[in-house]
Design a protein around this ligand. Structure first.
Ligand code: FAD
Ligand code: AMP
Length: 473
């Protein structure tokens, strides 16, 4: 009898399993994916076909584009760099396999039992595991569902894994497509579009909505849209794809914009229209667990489902589909199983788009605060006024700090610019400790760093920035 069975070994599941074992709970993690040698393929979407391989390609493609476009700014002449795409892909594979085997090592070190097979919940104490040639029922006191998500398929553009691909296929092109279409200007579409555009593709993004990055700060979304178009991502808003068919020569895409029908011919098409929760064949009817109309498992703030002792975390439940949110839920849940009073600061889950420059934010936007009728003040600082940003030649964008008008408590940090993800992370730490804009302004930042922009933006909230003219309050 196990104390905890975790279903799925993505960032939700493997982190939950490790922490459960650290807490002295007898834990097994069931994973259905396996590698070419028949061993468990641990790490889920994030390590295998998500966060990590996409960042490997974003970093490689950034270096390539930097060599072409910016080395000469520093007085370095290299001629036209030669692209070895198969070496770039091998590097990505090596990083993935280093990390996934790292999870296996962590399981061994922490005494988490790995079980290979497809898990199906019979009831709160029994899970059926089916592998290639066997099936067994495992007994447990608690079940943590961490079965994650998969790309959404749309009938108007069916993925054929050849020239119409999902995000997984887009991480594996063997050559740079001359013309690349992308359906969806969400985070994944923008990151993958950036990779292939930097490597030489002519990229067209078709987005059904009229608004670009609706979840981001309005001014940032506007600046990002302008910058990405300048970089060669041709982003078309209000364009709903109505069909896509593949012929020998090209993929023919039809889309509708304001009642007008247009065509686009591309060599490859990436369908990046979002992800859906993995709940297929996961629940025996008798187990009594609810699933909503979109397939998500409904949970409360502690990730408890409607069945006692069954918990659900990560992409399979509500909230942003992000690896760090998934992992933190995993830790919270197993700590609660172990009798601790853990909870999670859902308001402080940061978001990042790993383009260049990066886009990142935490907390509320001005628009959300205004809608809630809350009074606030803001301070902004442009990277063009940061000595370090200028020294590195990365001075596009700005950072904004939003604070409560009366208490000065920081309510949001929004950035578009160099190392935005790491800078906003400092805002997350400050907010976790309930810091005010003045607190951040009184904190000493190393000089010269791009993080100083956060310091200045925080000081600007109260009209005290040093390196820009402050607005009269
Ligand atoms: P998953 O990682 O999907 O893992 C679920 C696991 O459960 C899988 O291994 C699956 O095989 C297994 N499983 C499912 N059903 C069963 C079953 N019945 N029995 C046994 N095993 C089962 N997020 C970020 O925070 N930062 C990023 O930079 C980022 N980049 C991304 C880039 C791309 C291209 C994509 C696609 C996603 C990206 N994400 C990113 C999102 C991130 O990958 C997910 O939010 C995260 O992986 C969710 O973790 P999870 O553990 O809930 O699910
Ligand atoms: P995300 O959910 O952030 O990954 O973003 C997916 C994006 O795809 C959303 O902004 C959707 O509006 C967009 N989308 C979904 N279906 C279509 C379609 N048929 N044509 C164009 N864009 C679409």
């Amino acid at each position: 009898m196990y104390d905890v069975i975790v279903i799925g070994s993505g960032p939700a599941g493997y982190v939950a399993a490790i922490r459960a074992s650290q807490l002295g709970l007898k834990t097994a993690c069931i994973e259905k994916s396996f590698d070419s040698e028949g061993n468990s393929q641990l790490g889920g979407t994030c390590l295998n076909v998500g966060c990590i391989p996409s960042k490997a390609l974003l970093d490689s493609s950034h270096r390539y584009s930097d060599a072409i476009n910016h080395f000469s700014d520093h007085g370095i002449a290299v001629g036209k760099p030669k692209l070895d795409i198969s070496k770039m892909m091998d590097r990505k594979k090596k990083i993935v396999s280093q990390l996934t085997s790292g999870v296996s090592g962590l399981f061994k070190a922490n005494k988490v039992i790995q079980v290979l097979g497809h898990a199906k919940i019979i009831d709160a104490n029994h899970v059926e595991v089916t592998s290639k040639d066997s099936s067994e029922i495992i007994e447990t006191k608690n079940i943590v569902i961490a079965s994650g998500s998969s790309p959404i398929n749309i009938s108007v553009a069916e993925v054929n894994h050849k020239d119409i691909v999902d995000s997984t296929g887009a991480l594996e092109f063997e050559a740079v497509p001359k013309k690349l279409g992308i359906i969806g200007a969400g985070v994944i579409g923008l990151e993958l579009g950036s990779v292939w555009s930097r490597l030489g593709s002519e990229v067209t993004v078709l987005e059904a909505m009229d608004e670009f990055l609706p979840m981001a700060d309005k001014r940032i979304a506007k600046d990002v849209f302008k910058e990405f178009n300048k970089q060669g991502l041709n982003i078309n808003l209000g364009c709903k794809v109505t069909s896509a068919s593949s012929s020998e020569k090209a993929v023919n895409v039809t889309y509708e914009n304001d009642g007008n029908i247009s065509d686009l011919k591309v060599d490859k098409l990436i369908v990046a229209v979002g992800r859906k929760p993995n709940t297929d064949n996961l629940l025996d009817q008798k187990c009594g667990l609810s699933v909503d109309e979109k397939g998500f498992i409904p949970v409360n703030d502690f990730c408890e489902t409607n069945v006692q002792n069954i918990w659900a975390i990560g992409d399979v439940v509500r909230g942003p589909m992000l690896a760090h949110k998934a992992s933190e839920e995993g830790i919270m849940v197993v700590e609660r199983i172990a009798g601790k009073h853990a909870d999670m600061a859902y308001d402080l889950v940061p978001s990042v788009i790993y383009t260049h420059p990066e886009v990142a934010w935490v907390g509320k936007t001005e628009e959300e605060l205004a809608e809630a009728g809350l009074e606030f003040k803001t301070g902004s600082f442009p990277f063009a006024a940061s000595g370090r940003a200028l020294a590195t030649g990365e001075s596009t964008g700005f950072i904004k700090v939003i604070a409560d008008k009366k208490t000065d408590t920081i309510l949001g940090v929004h950035a578009f610019g160099p190392s935005a993800a790491d800078i906003v992370q400092q805002g997350v730490v400050a907010m976790e400790f309930g810091a005010s804009a003045e607190d951040l302004g009184l904190t000493i930042f190393s000089h010269p760093t791009v993080s100083e922009a956060l310091h200045e933006a925080a000081m600007a909230v109260n009209g005290q920035a040093i390196h820009i003219g402050n607005r009269k309050k």
